[in-house]
Design a protein around this ligand. Structure first.
Ligand code: ATP
Ligand code: MG
Length: 981
């Protein structure tokens, strides 16, 4: 085949079945391209095919492509769609969310911004804790009520976020406030306002400084930093532009001001930039999204090609008609009305779509009717569960539907639910922490004892409580003292539970006063037998519980360093405060690869499609939600044109409803109830009338039958165990060195670590290793770029990366830190004396072996003549040179060095000459010449592990040596260290 024939063959499946407009967009040449089109017209389709087409026709290498979108889910979806189209895959292309992209950019160029690349990105809740600790440094007066000093923090953070979304710097804010003050003259009202703005502007500036001084950024700041990087560092801009010759953005209507600025800087003047969007689906205005960006695109790139798509491939015509009727109520604030696009959609599918509306008496009738409807279709075998979606305005609105489906034993999947803190396993941990912080907290002790882990009988607990109350003694104190008379009367189970609780409490109370919260918590989950219970049996429920514990430990680990004094007492105080303030991270929901009804908010449903959609709880004040302005709004002088008034909020709610409606393919059912347990009856939403007209407003207040009503109280059907699903042979499996070596050491160890994610204790060696790696990385980054750096600077970097987690005691920590500093100092001093050969540090790599993808990171690469040497740092010592050499040999033959040598050859297409392990802190270096046999052995290890993992083979292979090294041996039932029973 000739080259042109070859290309044509590659092109054919990519252009297959596209309509003329779509094809024009996919195959448009270089330069800016704007696709504006309604829902379901194939915008995302065009984007993925365009990427595939660029790669397949040789116009772009995968690594020259950057595709940006808003959610992880959408990014994964994009990547997998292109993977199907291009046989060689997307390896190397950046498909990413805006946040992830900004994060990577900022980290890679942290030095340019005067930051450390060890930046921590904090969640909004973490930012609140951090700010609370630094409250008095913000210079607040008016916004610092003495009674509850943190009352305004949330509103302040929201204000700072808005400012950054609108690209308003603290300097610009301050300038405005000062101007207002000058102009106010003697007018007391104007002076008062200027004073308020001045205080907020200063707090904004201090906030930014505080974050940076402490090496933290929040989500909003990340993009602002990326923008600053590209604005202030022309050569970084050049570098990034050269790298990403093609940029594509999905859901462009949801970009905010800074995001569009970032895109413009990335693309430069001759922008190979494709954006697709729909103004009617702009639903993130509250985060600063500007649908105006679609118009601004035309201004920024006057010569841009424009493509309008009007054929809808998703829904039946009736669904399109009612959706269009609804959205026209947003006129004239729409592109269709303003700029004469015709966005009326024509259905390509000629299916008889159904649209209906039903009203019920109560929320539970509504939920039950929907569940009943689904159950009916499932029983009739007309549809699978996965073909149904239930969409609501908020996560909370979905609760009754989850309950109704559960009561009928219908599988469902809910993403992004909140409620981590109300999960029983998390509650248990919190109650134990509370009981440790304050042994007199009877409620905490009570709830902990009642948990199945201790299993104290409720009747016994009631008696104990009554007794404690009569004697005016705290519950715990009474349990521990002369109650033997009462003990006689308790059940055996209760006595055992109490004894275990008391023993554990005594054990942990000592720790609680001395050790960081994470460790105390970890000691609790491992010593109490909780982890053993949860890992003993595979079920979806246990998996969720483990993940929730992980999340909780993740929170304590991250929140601890924010606290001046990290002990259980202080920690629980903070956490209770956050919970009270409404902070509640999402609990884990196991993604079972099974057919299940999807429960989603309208926001999360964006871009997705389902044969049957129920839009539920569609009443006034729920959908649309009532107007809530910002507590501390950004001054109108600083906003960019957006009129954040009540009207605009209503339009946004309408667009959100439009998004919900247009997810449906064959059937759309809208439901409302009159009674949601509030004092007043609800009114059916205006959106129903707007979409369906008066005709559809027939009331069907369906009272539930007594049997139905009873069924609602039935206990939930047990969730079946999650069966491991073997991977298809061609499905991508991504592995790292540690995953491969875990599976080869013991498949069960792999399962604990990488399938179940069983929590691990904080480990001091880990902290030490990270800090050493980080310090050396920053040192060599400076050397490579020819920037000056002193030994003392490197030590400072080391200190910044240090945390006090996982050490046995204060002395242990001090000693380790001293030792780490000495090790880094000695290493750097030696490096200063030697010629500089380093060409790269912390380089990520990825390569494929068939459907298996291997990811990792080279610590360091040195070059001398033509020979490249791979260097891996170890911070664990070896006794002598012989041991160092042997270790390097072993690692090359059967470990990380071998794998990395293979990675080098696969990604650089050149051989690696040597591999070295530098034992930092000992002056010893183990060195090997890389041989073919090392590469062959590494490839074989990958293949064996990948095959086992694909089969989902997690059979334990206990052995005293392996088990001694294994973090999970402590509660693993198969451990060889355990005395045989
Ligand atoms: P949204 O506005 O909701 O994000 P969209 O415009 O991105 O929608 P897609 O999700 O890309 O639309 O496409 C909607 C559906 O139509 C998908 O199932 C897609 O596979 C299908 N589709 C798109 N173009 C065609 C075509 N030319 N022929 C057949 N099906 C198509
Ligand atoms: Mg889309």
């Amino acid at each position: 085949m000739s080259l042109t024939e070859d290309l044509a063959a590659a092109e054919r499946p990519i252009l297959d079945r596209l309509n003329d407009e779509q094809r024009a967009a996919v195959t448009a040449g270089a330069g800016p391209l704007l696709v504006v089109a309604g829902a379901g017209t194939g915008k995302t389709q065009v984007l993925t095919r365009r990427i595939a087409w660029l790669i397949a026709t040789g116009r772009a290498r995968p690594d020259e492509i950057l595709a940006l979108t808003f959610t992880e889910k959408a990014a994964n979806e994009l990547e997998s769609r292109v993977d199907v189209l291009v046989p060689m895959g997307m390896t190397g292309a950046w498909v990413s969310t805006f946040h992830a992209f900004a994060d990577r950019l900022v980290r890679e160029h942290a030095i340019e911004l005067g930051l450390t690349s060890q930046l921590r990105v904090d969640s909004p809740a973490e930012i609140l804790v951090f700010l609370r600790e630094h409250l008095f440094e913000l210079g607040l007066e008016r916004y610092l009520p003495v009674g509850r000093p943190d009352q305004h923090l949330r509103s302040l953070v929201a204000l700072f976020d808005r400012a950054r979304d609108e690209d308003v710097s603290p300097e610009a804010y301050l300038a405005l406030a000062e101007r207002l003050m000058r102009e106010a003259g003697d007018d007391p009202e104007r002076r008062d306002r200027a004073q308020a703005e001045l205080e907020k502007a200063r707090a904004y500036g201090r906030y930014q400084t505080l974050l940076l001084e402490n090496g933290r950024v929040d989500f909003g700041h990340q993009i602002a930093l990326a923008l600053r990087l590209l604005r202030e560092r022309p050569w970084v801009r050049r570098q990034v532009r050269d790298q990403f010759r093609w940029v594509l953005v999905d859901e462009f209507q949801d970009t905010n001001y800074v995001q569009f600025e970032l895109i413009k800087l990335l693309c430069g003047p001759d922008a190979n930039l494709t954006v697709v969007g729909d103004d009617d689906q702009s639903i993130y205005r509250f985060r600063g999204a500007r649908v105006e960006n679609l118009l601004a695109f035309r201004d920024a790139y006057p010569g841009a090609r424009e493509v309008v798509l009007t054929r809808n491939y998703r829904s039946g015509q009736r669904i399109l008609d009612v959706s269009h009727r609804l959205i026209q109520h947003n006129n004239p604030a729409r592109l269709e009305a303003l700029h004469g696009f015709d966005k009326r959609l024509k259905a390509a599918r000629s299916i008889p779509a159904e649209v209906g509306h039903a009203v019920y008496a109560t929320a539970s009738d509504e939920a039950d009717a929907v569940a009943g409807d689904i159950a009916g279709e499932l029983a009739a075998g007309t549809r699978r569960a996965g073909q149904f979606a239930i969409l609501a305005r908020t996560h909370q609105n979905l609760d009754p539907f989850a309950a109704a489906l559960r009561a009928r034993g219908i599988k469902f999947h809910r993403s992004n639910t909140r409620g981590l803190y109300s999960r029983p396993e998390v509650q248990l941990c919190l109650n134990v922490l509370r009981a440790l912080a304050d042994p007199d907290d009877a409620a905490a002790v009570h709830h902990a004892l009642a948990d199945p882990l201790f299993g104290v009988d409720p009747a016994d607990l009631a008696r104990l409580n009554a007794r404690a109350a009569r004697r005016h003694r705290p519950l715990l104190a009474m349990l521990g003292h002369a109650v033997s008379d009462l003990f006689e009367e308790l059940s055996e189970g209760s006595r055992d539970g109490i004894a275990r609780f008391l023993a554990l409490h005594r054990l942990l109370a000592g720790d609680a006063a001395r050790k960081p919260t994470t460790e105390v918590l970890y000691a609790f989950v491992s010593e109490s037998g909780l982890l053993t219970r949860l890992t003993a049996e595979d079920s979806a429920e246990n998996l969720e519980r483990l993940q929730n514990l992980n999340k909780l430990l993740g929170i304590t680990r991250r929140v601890s360093p924010l606290l001046a004094h990290d002990r259980a007492g202080a920690f629980i105080g903070h956490l209770d405060l956050l919970i009270e303030a409404g902070d509640d991270p999402a609990a884990a929901e196991v993604e079972i690869e099974e057919d299940a009804v999807q429960l989603l908010t309208a926001h999360n449903a964006k871009g997705l499609e389902f044969p049957v959609v129920f839009l539920v709880q569609v009443v006034e004040q729920r959908f649309p939600q009532s107007y809530r302005g910002d507590q501390l709004p950004l001054p109108p002088e600083l906003r960019r044109g957006a009129d954040d008034d009540q009207m605009e909020q209503m339009r946004e709610e309408r667009r959100l409803f439009y998004v919900g409606m247009t997810r449906a393919q064959d059937r759309l059912t809208i439901t409302s109830a009159l009674d949601y347990g509030t004092r007043y009856a609800r009114k059916v939403s205006r959106f129903v009338v707007e979409a369906l007209g008066g005709e559809a407003m027939r009331r069907q207040a369906v009272a539930a039958s007594p049997v139905e009503a009873l069924r609602r109280h039935a206990p939930p059907v047990e969730t079946p165990p999650a069966r491991p699903v073997p991977l298809d042979d061609d499905e991508t499996l991504t592995l790292s060195h540690s995953q491969i070596s875990a599976w080869l050491a013991c498949p069960l160890q792999y399962k604990y670590a990488h399938v179940l994610h069983v929590p691990l204790p904080p480990q001091a060696a880990f902290v030490y290793g990270i800090a050493v790696h980080h310090a050396l990385r920053v040192y060599y980054q400076h050397r490579i770029q020819g920037l000056p750096i002193l030994v003392d600077d490197v030590i400072r970097v080391f200190d910044q990366a240090w945390t006090d987690e996982g050490f046995l005691s204060r002395e242990h920590e001090t000693l380790s830190r001293e030792r780490g500093r000495d090790a880094v100092r000695a290493y750097v001093e030696r490096a200063e004396r030697e010629p500089m050969r380093t060409v790269a540090v912390e380089q990520p790599f990825e390569f494929r072996r068939g459907p298996t993808e291997i990811l990792g990171r080279f610590d360091r690469l040195d070059r001398s003549g033509d020979d490249v040497t791979l260097i891996d740092y170890k911070s664990t010592p070896v006794p002598d040179q012989a041991a160092a050499g042997k270790r390097a040999q072993d690692e090359a033959r059967d470990g990380q060095l071998g794998l990395y040598a293979l990675a080098y050859r696969e990604t650089r297409h050149a051989p690696l000459a040597f591999a070295e392990i530098h034992f930092v802190g000992t002056d010893l270096i183990g060195r090997v010449r890389v041989e073919d046999e090392h590469l062959i052995a590494a490839a074989d290890r990958i293949d064996r592990a990948a095959a086992g993992i694909r089969r989902q083979d997690f059979t334990p292979t206990p052995d005293p040596r392996t088990c001694a090294q294994c973090d999970y041996a402590r509660y693993c039932a198969f451990s060889a260290l355990r005395a045989p029973a």
